[in-house]
Design a protein. Sequence first.
Length: 231
Amino acid sequence: MSYETGSETRRGFLISTREWKVVTLAAFLMIVNIGLIYVLATTPLAAVNQSLFAAPILGVLVYGAALFVGEWIAERGVMNGNGPMAFVGLVILQGAFGTFGAGVLSFAPPDLRVAALGITAAVTGGLTFLIALYVYARSKSFERWATFSTVTFLLGVGAIAVGTFVLPVLLLAGFVFIFAGFLFRLGWEIWRVRERRDLPVSLAAIGVYIAVMGVFVHVLQIVLRMLARRE
């Protein structure tokens, strides 16, 4: 575990050296996950999405549970100084995002997959930068964004549940709500990095990574739809 020390509060470029460590670790986890998405898109695991999302609410619940369990195990491992436990949690998180992202990417022709991932990474990076800029430009608390995130996630799950069984048009609303949930979660995680200087670097990085990957897989779906229309 990495805790903030006197040396970690020195200012680097715009943000402190501690915050750069969080950004670097989160970015590393993102890069690994994007690579995993690309690799898994060529394997039978990519077909898992088709089975799960035959009933959309089933896919949402399965992946939601995997992310919750993975985050819980990773956080407990970090807080308890248990490296193997934290690693298991990260494997679950990487596997969940990797399998979901691979299922989405598999619909794209092989020659467009690298471009799709690159565009998605650029858009996600831009959104992350804008949210971070907004958070760091404001001195107010963003604690409520955690509540906003939870509410929008629940609204998204509810809309998808209704859309699965009654009104398919609500599936799009569910997508938008869950996407918004990850954006609110990202803002809250960035604020927590800024304010909670007692928070272990590894724990903060895992939180940021989860939020950014959630945004990434949603942007990926939008990018692939746009590329499909140009074909």
